[in-house]
Design a protein around this ligand. Structure first.
Ligand code: SF4
Length: 275
């Protein structure tokens, strides 16, 4: 069994660290869904992973905890991450949200990237079809692969319960927001986490929501408070909902999530309408 010392909680965690390694995918997927608020991520309620595994493509991926987590289980027979962080399609999970009756906010592919180049077009289309059919849920899709998102956008349906987001970790990647603005999603959002630099050149036009946060983990890169304040202030000016997730540090909760005396927990207005 892989060692579990030094466990780090992260965005990508949707697996309880205390789960035994022999659960079947069905038990785990449905089990996680049954636990209300089964995700530890502050800005969502549940996760759904019809794909697991990914490849690092961007500075924000350097300390990808999804990878760290998945690789701990590599080689453990019958574990959902027996194959580590190698990309794996799970067609048997494609319709899982349809079985969750209670409306939830669901982060899609917290352990992968929906627009990873190795996921077939028709598989991505099936993920979107489930989101369309499961209209009582709200789905949050987040990618660092904006070019493929844009290439496929015209072939996908964009129902109002699908929020589309891109990660922007430093000023070199603000063009991802330009690609996002081309996508006909009802809600467009940016995840500026782990924030690795100032985003002074980021336009918030057409962006309904911005999540910011510092990195956590043993090798975290420190976030500068001024980078966060700048985003907070520009969100206020642009009517973009601002969510400050964490300062980060050795652990996600190391330094809390208070910014200048208050917590920022805003969601886009459509979230209220959909709820
Ligand atoms: S895109 Fe996301 S899941 Fe993929 S390697 Fe980067 S941080 Fe990890």
């Amino acid at each position: 069994m892989p060692k579990r010392r030094g466990r780090v909680l992260h965005d990508h965690h949707h697996v309880s660290p205390h789960r035994p390694p022999h659960w079947s995918y069905t038990d785990t997927e449905r089990g996680w869904g049954k636990v209300a608020g089964s995700s530890k991520i502050e800005w969502t309620e549940a996760t759904w992973n019809p794909v697991t595994g990914c490849d690092q493509i961007s500075p924000g991926c350097a300390h990808c905890y999804a990878k760290t987590f998945a690789e701990r289980w590599r080689g453990v027979p019958a574990h959902p991450y027996e194959q580590g962080f190698d990309l794996k399609l799970w067609p048997e999970r494609l319709e899982v949200p349809l079985h969750w009756r209670k409306p939830k906010t669901i982060f899609v592919n917290s352990m992968s990237d929906v627009f990873h180049e190795a996921i077939p077009d028709d598989y991505v289309a099936q993920i979107f079809e489930t989101m369309r059919a499961a209209h009582w849920h709200t789905f949050q899709v987040l990618t660092k692969r904006e070019e493929r998102m844009l290439r496929l956008a015209g072939k996908l349906t964009w129902p109002p319960n699908v929020w589309m987001g891109v990660t922007i970790e430093n000023r070199r990647f603000v063009h991802r927001a330009d690609a996002l603005r081309e996508v006909p999603a009802a809600v467009r959002f940016i995840s500026a986490e782990p924030l690795l630099g100032e985003l002074e050149n980021l336009s918030l036009d057409g962006i309904a929501w911005l999540i910011a946060g510092g990195e956590s983990g043993p090798r975290h890169r420190r976030v500068d408070a001024e980078w966060i304040r700048d985003l907070r202030d520009r969100c206020a000016g642009a009517d973009t909902a601002f969510f400050f997730k964490q300062w980060g540090g050795a652990r996600p909760k190391s330094n809390g999530r208070t910014l200048d005396g208050r917590v920022h927990d805003d969601f886009p207005r459509q979230a209220v309408a959909l709820g």
